[in-house]
Each structure stands twice: as C-alpha cells, then as structure tokens.
Ligand binder design. Structure first.
Ligand SMILES: [Zn+2]
Length: 167
C-alpha cells in the first residue's frame, strides 16, 4: 500500500479491526518514510461511500477527484500538497453514513479551505457552489471579510478579481 502523503511503498499496518459491524476491515497504517498515519478500509465495493449528485445520480466517492478540485482552487496559494492530500484521503474517515450529497462534500471542503486561505476558499466557492444571484455571492464574500479583518487579508475587490480569474 502506497503512502498517500509521500507515495513511498514502505508502509506497515499498525492495527487492524472490523468496522461497520464487520462489513469492513479498518486498517491503520504508518509510512516508514514520512511516519504519517492513514487509514484504509477493505470492504465489498457496494459498501463504498456513495455520493448523491444534484441530478440524483449516485457514484462512488473518489478522493482523487476531490484532490484535483482542491489543487485547482489552491493553485499558487500557500497551501501544501500534504495538507490537501490529508484532507482528501482522510475525508471518508469522517463520514459515518454510507451516502453523502455532493452539496455536503462542498460544504465540508469550504469549511476546510476557509481555515487555510481566503483566496482558495473564494475560488472553490465560485466554481463549485451554484449561486442563484450575484448578490448572494457578494454577501458570502462580505461575510468572509467580517469574520476576520486583519491588515494582511485581501480586500473585497481583490477577492472578487481572484474569483473572476479562476472561472
Ligand atoms: Zn509517507
């Protein structure tokens, strides 16, 4: 099993236990190269986390897809690949239900980005959340400004520009 953080092949199982009442085996692994830990689940494919799309269609959750979207939103921002990988590959661990809506994935991703970087947050917001009006989008940005407000934060105009560029 490859380490999702540094891609080393040198990983070992720290512990292993049944999960979901025996429907899966949860393995805690540690990378011998970077010493970070991650979790793998061994389960029948139909038990995989399902994503319910807005269209009503369902598909298996794919952490690589989430990582790709995050990478676009965080392009040239001061966020490490490690942070993004930890979030994308750890995502399933925090979901206790067998199914999650794509909106909920978006919400959790936005909460994660909001803690890291305003520009990445706005980029993700502008691309992956539908706004029924420009006003609501502006309102969202305004709230973001109100939450913090130190001198180093980008201004409203800068954020709006950023979101334009990332479209
Ligand atoms: Zn590693």
């Amino acid at each position: 099993m490859k380490c999702p953080f540094c891609s080393s092949d040198d990983t070992r199982v720290v512990n292993s236990r049944p999960s979901d009442e025996g429907a899966a085996i949860r393995r805690r692994r540690e990378c011998n190269a970077c010493h970070r830990r991650f979790t793998t689940y061994e389960r029948a494919q139909f038990e995989a986390l399902m994503v319910r799309k807005r269209s009503g269609r369902r598909e298996v959750f794919d952490p690589d897809k989430l990582l790709a979207k995050l990478s676009i939103a965080c392009n040239k921002r001061p966020i490490s690949d490690k942070q993004l990988r930890a979030f994308a590959y750890g995502f399933e661990d925090d979901v206790s239900l067998p199914e999650i809506s794509s909106e909920e994935i978006g919400r959790r991703t936005l909460a994660f980005l909001k803690r890291l970087d305003d520009v990445a947050y706005i980029r993700f917001l502008s691309v992956y959340r539908d706004f029924d009006s420009v006003d609501r989008f502006i309102e969202e940005i305004r709230q973001l400004g109100g939450d913090r407000g130190t001198a180093t934060q980008p201004t409203l105009d800068e954020l709006a520009e950023e979101s334009e560029r990332s479209r």
